[in-house]
Design a binder for this molecule. Structure first.
Ligand code: HEM
Length: 397
């Protein structure tokens, strides 16, 4: 997956900027400081924290990321949550521009130009608090347990969520430390997950990254900046949640040992796409449309009945789409290693878009043999904030 970005990739990337990732430090048309058509995407940059939407949702996947889920302490009510959101807003504005947050105990670790982003979310229990029960976004409920799930309580649920991403892992760890410290009077962490993603080709241009199976992962996504993306991701509910979205976090263990026993063509059949380019087995280029009717000389469907790309494709799901952004993870215990994918899915409505897809894949997906979901959580991602407002103000102000 090297070479110049396709038109779709390039515009998808620029579209991400247009969709909310306006950039500090000057009026830059592309929205990304230090990145032009001739400049590799590895160029250092700052992503503005401001926008109609929280900016990281539509932006390219970060190289390094940490997710933290926190549970509210007893007695934290709507007003207290509002105080925490004001604090976090101040922190986010400082940290994303490379300045220490107020009270920062390690100010030298606050670096600029590392593409730092912070996304915050509210779990379903926030909408059980007095005066917030009528504000729950449509479809925001914990997911039912699927037949292939082997959920571990250590990776489940959460009342609040922070997703911090950057080009540099030190900046991620520092930002999380600051945000979690400021949350201490209100909430305590219940799980943390760290992950990594490579969305840059060897020549520095943006590409669709790969998961640890080696698959190109993300090709079928709606491209940021397109009407398809807008309809898939942003809520159009009237009221405080307009411009928000929802996030599903699934921690999915990959059995690399048994996967590695397959032939390359068995691996490709499980998804219905080629490992080399990510192209559908019925096409030649990554973004070619899938031909779900095509049969081989023996009359067999080229993209198998249980292939992951067939079962999850919008054309076989009444037009339902989601926007996926994976993070690879490894979890080492002594010499033992677990590998997997932190599967992140954004959509306007979890019950209406994500859940039917998940249930369909749980029933029949070829990939189920090598994947096991061990953690699950859902969050409402409030709309973005502006210089004169704060995160979640429409809900908590
Ligand atoms: C570890 C588990 C998973 C792996 C390794 C995986 C991998 C992939 C790969 C390689 C593709 C094809 C390339 C692409 O379009 O991005 C794909 C497509 C897709 N996957 Fe997954 N996936 C996993 C779990 C899920 C889950 C849980 C869902 C949703 C419930 C899902 C929904 C989709 C969708 C909607 C597509 C796009 C289909 C299209 O429009 O062509 N995947 N996935």
């Amino acid at each position: 997956m090297t070479g110049r970005p396709s038109r779709r990739q390039f515009f998808g990337y620029a579209g991400a900027a247009a969709a909310g990732a306006a950039v500090t430090g000057g009026a830059v048309a592309s929205g990304v400081v230090g990145l032009s058509q001739d400049t590799p995407s590895t160029a250092a940059r700052e992503i503005s924290p401001y926008g109609v939407h929280q900016p990281a949702v539509a932006a390219a996947s970060p190289k390094h990321a940490e997710l933290v889920a926190l549970n509210l302490l007893g007695g934290v009510d709507k007003a207290a949550l509002g105080r925490l959101m004001r604090l976090w807003t101040t922190d986010i504005v400082a940290l994303t521009s490379g300045r220490p947050a107020p009270g920062d105990t390690a100010p030298e670790l606050a670096l600029g130009n590392v593409s730092l982003t912070v996304t915050a979310g509210f779990g379903p229990r926030v909408f059980a608090l007095p005066r917030l029960t009528a504000k729950r976004p449509r479809g925001l409920d914990e997911l039912p347990v699927m037949s292939h799930d082997r959920l571990q309580t250590a990776w489940n649920g959460g009342d609040l969520m922070l997703l911090v991403g950057a080009d540099d892992p030190v900046s991620v760890v520092h930002a999380v430390r600051r945000l979690v410290a400021d949350a201490a009077p209100f909430a305590r962490p219940v799980w943390r997950q760290t992950g990594f993603w490579n969305g840059t080709g060897s020549d520095g241009t943006p590409v669709t990254g790969r998961n640890l199976f080696g698959q190109v992962d993300g090709s079928g996504n709606p491209a940021p900046g397109t009407p398809e993306f807008e309809q898939t991701v942003w809520s159009d509910e009237p009221g405080w949640f307009a411009g928000g979205t929802t996030l599903v976090v699934r921690r999915i263990k990959l059995n690399l040992d048994t996967w590695d026993e397959l032939t390359r063509s068995e691996q490709e059949r499980a998804v219905g796409r080629k490992l080399s380019t990510g192209a559908p087995l019925t096409g030649t280029a990554e973004h070619d449309e899938l031909d779900l009717e095509k049969r081989d000389a023996d009359g067999r469907l080229v993209i198998a009945e249980n292939a992951h790309a067939r079962l999850s494709h919008h054309s076989t799901n009444d037009g339902r789409r989601i926007f996926r952004k994976g993070l690879n993870y490894v979890h080492d215990t002594g010499a033992a290693r677990e590998s997997g994918l932190i599967f992140l899915s954004y959509q306007a409505d979890i019950a209406g878009q994500f859940l039917p897809l998940l249930a369909r894949l749980d029933a029949a997906d070829a990939l189920n043999e090598w994947t096991t979901t061990i953690g699950s959580a859902v969050f409402a991602i409030p709309p973005g904030f502006q210089p004169n407002s704060w995160l979640g103000q429409e809900l908590l102000g």
